[in-house]
Design a protein around this ligand. Structure first.
Ligand SMILES: CC(C)(COP(=O)(O)OP(=O)(O)OC[C@H]1O[C@@H](n2cnc3c(N)ncnc32)[C@H](O)[C@@H]1OP(=O)(O)O)[C@@H](O)C(=O)NCCC(=O)NCCS
Length: 424
C-alpha cells in the first residue's frame, strides 16, 4: 500500500468532506458541504483555487480513494501582551478506519506543520477530539474549556444593571453586522482569542429553515446587542428549548447561550441580568467559557453554577524565535531553555531567551541549559493557563539553576488568563 498526500481540489472536495464526517459517524448532505466551502472557507467549490493547499488528503494509490484528511484554517490569535500572531488552525483530521495505525495521521500532521513553516505562521493550534492525541506532536494545553449548567431559578445576579446600558433585540442581518465588530474589539484584548472571518460568522449563524421556526424543542437564534452610553458594548445570542409549544411554567424551559461577550464590566452585568431575567426558564447552559470568568462572583448562590472543565485550545510552536519574541514576560534577564524529547526536529534544540519584559531576543545556542522541557510543555506555558510549576510538579520540567522554578513560573504568568471560545 502506498499513500500520497495531495492538496484538496474542486474535484475531490465533496469526497474529502464526506471522508472526514465518516470518521465522526455522519453523512453530510452535498448542499451542506457546498455551504462549508462557500461560507466557512469563503471559496466556493466551483471556483476552488488550485493553489489553495491548506486542505490536504491522503490517497491510497491502489484505489485512488481518500483515506485521510486534514487542513489548516488561517487564523490570528492574541498572545500575552496583546499582539496578534498567525496561527495554522489545524482541523478536519481523520484517517479511514480501514487504514488506521499506519502512520497516515502522523504524515498529515508533519505536512501541515511544514506548510505552516513555509507560510511563516508562528503557531499551530487545534481542538482535540481525544486529549491523548496531540502532545506527541509537540502540542500543549493553552486554554481550558468550561461548560456550564446554571440553575437560574435558584440564584440571581448580585448586582443591578447600570442605567447607562440599553439592550436591543436585533434580527440576523443586523446581528451579522454588529456582532463581528464587537467580537473583534474584544478579541484584540483577550489573550487566547482568535479572529473569525466574515464567512465563519455566516457559517456559525446558519440555521436550518425548518428548525428556525420550531415552537417546541429548540428555537431559532435570538440576538441581543448591548449598548453602553449609546455605543455597542456586548452581545448575546441564544436559543430556547421548551417541551410544549405554548411555554408554560411546568415546561422546564432551557436557555442555551451560544455566545456572550461584553467589552466592560457594566455590559457584562447587564447581559447576565438579562439572561437570568428571561422567564419560564429553569436552566441556563453555556459552553466554552474560561475558568477565570467573573460570573461565579456575580451569582448570589454561586454553587448553582455547575462547571465541567476539560482541555480547550492546544497549541504547538512553529517558529520559536517569532513566538517567544512576540509575547511579553513577567521577567527581566536571560534564560537558556532546551526543548527535547518528542522527536520534533524542526523545534527541538537549545535557545537563549533574553528579555526586559517587553522586548525579547531569542538565539539558538550550544550552552548548558537552565531548563529542560518537552516542546509540548513550553507550548502549555506560553499563554499562561498552565504554570511551569504545575509541569515541574508533574515531572515534565528539569531545572539546572538554583531558585529558577519560581522565576520561570512567574515569567510566563499573566494577569488576564487566556480564553478561547472558538472551537474550529
Ligand atoms: C485519531 C486518528 C486520526 C489516528 O489516525 P491514524 O492514521 O491511525 O494515526 P497514526 O497511525 O498516524 O498514529 C499516530 C500515533 O498516534 C497513536 N494513536 C492514534 N490514534 C490513537 C488513539 N485513538 N488512541 C491512542 N493512540 C492513538 C498511534 O498509536 C501512533 O502512535 P506512535 O506515534 O507512538 O506510534 C484516527 O484514528 C481517526 O480518524 N479517529 C477518529 C477521528 C478523530 O478523532 N480525529 C482527530 C480529530 S481532532
Amino acid at each position: 500500500m502506498t499513500i500520497k498526500i495531495i492538496s484538496v481540489n474542486k474535484n475531490n472536495f465533496i469526497e474529502w468532506r464526506k471522508s472526514i464526517r465518516r470518521v465522526f459517524g455522519d453523512i453530510p448532505k452535498d448542499e451542506d458541504v457546498k455551504r462549508l466551502a462557500r461560507d466557512r472557507m469563503m471559496n466556493p467549490i466551483s471556483e476552488w483555487k488550485s493553489n489553495n493547499n491548506r486542505l490536504i488528503a491522503a490517497i491510497d494509490e491502489d484505489t485512488e480513494r481518500i483515506v485521510g484528511t486534514g487542513g489548516a484554517d488561517k487564523l490570528e490569535i492574541t498572545i500575552p501582551g496583546g499582539k496578534p500572531i498567525d496561527m495554522a488552525g489545524i482541523a478536519y483530521m481523520g484517517t479511514a478506519p480501514t487504514h488506521k495505525r499506519k502512520g497516515i495521521f502522523s504524515s498529515m500532521m508533519r505536512k501541515l506543520h511544514d506548510q505552516a513553516t513555509d507560510r511563516g505562521d508562528a503557531l499551530a493550534g487545534l481542538w482535540a477530539s481525544q486529549s491523548l492525541l496531540y502532545s506527541r506532536f509537540g502540542y500543549g494545553l493553552a486554554t481550558y474549556r468550561e461548560d456550564w449548567e446554571i440553575y437560574s431559578h435558584n440564584t440571581k445576579i448580585n448586582k443591578k444593571a447600570s442605567d447607562d446600558i440599553k439592550l436591543e433585540f436585533v434580527d440576523k442581518d443586523k446581528a451579522l453586522i454588529e456582532i463581528p465588530k464587537i467580537y473583534d474589539q474584544f478579541r484584540k484584548n483577550q489573550n487566547g482569542f482568535t479572529d473569525k472571518s466574515e464567512g465563519y460568522w455566516k457559517y456559525l449563524l446558519h440555521e436550518d429553515e425548518k428548525s428556525k421556526y420550531n415552537k417546541s424543542g429548540m428555537s431559532g437564534f435570538f440576538f441581543v446587542i448591548c449598548y453602553k452610553n449609546e455605543k455597542p458594548s456586548g452581545y448575546i445570542f441564544y436559543n430556547i428549548k421548551k417541551e410544549s409549544g405554548v411555554a408554560h411554567e411546568d415546561d422546564k424551559g432551557e436557555l442555551i447561550v451560544q455566545e456572550q461577550i461584553a467589552l466592560d464590566t457594566d455590559s457584562n452585568i447587564a447581559l447576565w441580568n438579562f439572561i437570568f431575567g428571561v422567564e419560564l426558564i429553569e436552566k441556563v447552559y453555556i459552553n466554552r467559557r474560561a475558568p477565570s470568568d467573573p460570573l461565579y462572583f456575580l451569582l448570589e448562590n454561586p454553587r448553582k453554577l455547575e462547571r465541567n472543565t476539560i482541555d480547550g485550545l492546544w497549541v504547538r510552536i512553529i517558529d520559536i524565535k517569532k513566538l517567544l519574541e512576540s509575547r511579553e514576560y513577567n521577567y527581566k534577564g536571560k534564560i537558556i531553555i532546551e526543548l527535547k524529547g518528542q522527536n520534533q526536529p524542526d523545534i527541538e534544540g537549545i535557545y537563549e531567551l533574553e528579555t526586559d519584559g517587553k522586548i525579547s531576543e531569542v538565539k539558538k545556542v550550544k550552552s548548558k541549559p537552565d531548563v529542560i522541557m518537552r516542546p509540548s510543555d513550553l507550548s502549555s506555558c506560553y499563554f499562561g493557563a498552565v504554570s511551569a510549576y504545575e509541569l515541574f510538579q508533574a515531572g515534565n520540567i528539569e531545572f539546572n539553576r538554583n531558585n529558577l522554578i519560581k522565576d520561570f513560573s512567574n515569567m510566563f504568568s499573566v494577569t488576564k488568563k487566556p480564553w478561547c471560545n472558538t472551537d474550529f
